[in-house]
Design a protein around this ligand. Sequence first.
Ligand code: MRU
Length: 337
Amino acid sequence: MDFDRYDRIRAVQWQGDHLRLLDQRLLPQEERWIDCASAAQVTQAIKDLAVRGAPAIGIAAAWGVVLAARQGEPLDAALAMLRAARPTAVNLMWALDRMKARIAAGADAAALEREAQAIQDEDLAANRHMGELGAALIAPHSGVLTHCNTGSLATAGFGTALGVIRAGVASGRIAQVYAGETRPWQQGARLTMWELVRDGIPAKLIADSAASHLMRSGEVQWVIVGADRIAANGDTANKIGTYQLAIAARHHGVKFMVVAPSSTVDMATASGEDIEIELRDATELLAVAGRRTVVEGAEAWNPVFDVTPAALIDAIVTEKGVIERPTPQAMQAMFGR
Ligand code: MRU
């Protein structure tokens, strides 16, 4: 695998005394970096989606704890503030729990810095391994559909679902990629397409509403998505619209793959019913690129994640291995707590 060709974007960068984030709200028009010097600034960047994607949120939050420690802030308050930034992606809570355990063990700011760096490094290694595992499931010359952004921007690098796509393209298993726009925030249109075009990967954008029609055409053999939280029974929360893709995939005989590091697996949550789904401001739906498109006075409902039942998932790929047709027993055997 030629990682130099397919793995060049680093959106979360520790600079020794502050955290530098590639502002995902401005892509693809503008590549502007934000410098965060405090846990409060990192929290705000997570809330505002300047940094987004489950693993990237967890990594940024870990660096937020380092910033709080370096400034002598009360760490319990910093942990609580960061934890409340967004509710659905469990990587945030997982990373903060790791930092909290180090704090409880007496770690100083330098030791916390090493822990945050380990969280970031382990994520990159997991993604590269998952790329190989996931790509191995795909027959040569396949077409795939992905949703949201799961690439280098959403992780320490390489990506989860997009990592499998990168590995699949590099190994000749994937010949054509389709990416859904991912309304309302358009992570697919703005971010995934940016990554795919930079890599020279053959990719076509589709409207989210074109997915079933695409599947019926026979052009895609797999839907490949990331995850924000995988419950103990395999139910998977991911970007809004994922669930309808899984339903359509099953109807059309298209396989459905979830790719996520084990930091996204939440064995303390029994099923998808127990996952909190983030509701964001209606303005994200009522406007496009900041310009209102809907009549004044209109209301909107804006849940930004949904839950795909385990029964609709053909494979969950983590760095620990692949679970085909997930069951609570198989999840327990791989991730038992
Ligand atoms: O609201 P976002 O952009 O943070 O949502 C991101 C997603 O849903 C991704 O698909 C998920 O985090 C997996 S990213 C590797």
